[in-house]
Write a protein that binds this ligand. Sequence first.
Ligand code: NAD
Ligand code: UD1
Length: 374
Amino acid sequence: MVNHFTWNPGRVIIFVYKEALTTPALAHRQAKTKAKGAITMAILVTGGAGYIGSHTCVELLEAGYDIILLDNFSNAKRSVPDHIRTLGGRDVEVCEADILDEEGLHSLFSRRSIDAVIHFAGLKAVGGCAQIPLNYYYNNVAGTISLCRVMATRGCKRMIFSSSATVYGDSNTVPFKEDYPTSATNPYAMCKLVIEHILRDIAAADSEWSVALLRYFNPIGAHPSGLIGEDPNGIPNNLAPYIAQVAAGKLPHLNVFGDDYATRDGTGIRDYLHVSDLANGHIRALVYSETNRGAQAINLGTGAGYSVLEVIRAFERACGKEIPYQVTGRRPGDIAECYADTEKAQTLLQWKARRGLDEMCADMWNFAAKQDQI
Ligand code: NAD
Ligand code: UD1
């Protein structure tokens, strides 16, 4: 039942259910069942063709939102939007553009009424970012400033930002809590920190802004259809895609970076979460941002850590093959353990990751095995 409607300043009339103001879970369910005559919310997804963005677009479509997918396709395939359409069962407007292009963003915002932005676009390869710091600061920091300037001018003041557990640096103890001190050991991490500060300042200066700084832990896995997933260019830097390429016979073996950490088997421990759970966290953050203003940093992780050897075993179960590996030296910049305190996400967003490590590995393998066929 529609109880009343509110005016969303400068944008569109949206119907608001009484329950929508009370629990994100209900609001989420109600967003799924669009009321007759209600105008659907339109969400701009920057970097929407990328790994996490594409999974989030599918979740958004399933939840009843309209999306505008903006990407410059510097790190995504042009076939991804079609896969999103297939999985989401609806059309998607694709805007091939760069977040650095303020004029282009203005013309998009003048053409479309946009209620909120989920901002994934950015360069993300940690290995190598120290050699090209200007590219990182320009694309990630200047790109975010350009986007925010346009949003502020156009009166769209809700942003969900992709931050990272990397902002906890290398001197905190696990589990990482949102109020721990932050620091950066490379330009990628510094970009995340600087952007978090900029967004907090924007929200402090103008009380109409609502900003969620979502600190992702280690997203892995793929959509169970195998249509979308992580498909890095070149040799992967991260553990899970590297293992997938070893399993697929594209790489001979995995190098395990150190087995002398103070962990249960000596290898590094991380908080791996299924990318579809992570995508769902964005829907919850979006619902939260409808009724809450200000800036909040929120961890998105499972709260549990797995070692490198445990991930290898899980992947072996998923693909039914042995993963050859050899132990090498520690990777510079690595920490022994990294996992999330998840209480804030549960309390504020009523979000909790559901899928376990075996499901993450099975979905990754399903995607990897399909890549040669698509
Ligand atoms: P991704 O590279 O797959 O997706 C990013 C997308 O942004 C790509 O499709 C790329 O083409 C696009 N893009 C880059 N610069 C752009 C620009 N200037 N204008 C328009 N589009 C641009 O990365 P992902 O893994 O999906 O990560 C998404 C976000 O989450 C990034 O900001 C990343 O830093 C952050 N993050 C990722 C992880 C992870 O492990 N994948 C962990 C923590 C945080
Ligand atoms: C890396 C980045 C981090 C970023 C995160 C998600 C570095 C130093 N850190 O973190 O900033 O936020 O990815 O994008 O790059 N491992 C191996 N062999 C491999 C690859 C990894 O043993 O070939 C180990 C690592 O030592 C680590 C674990 O696997 O213990 C996970 O590594 P990875 O997937 O790269 O993620 P992070 O180390 O968390």
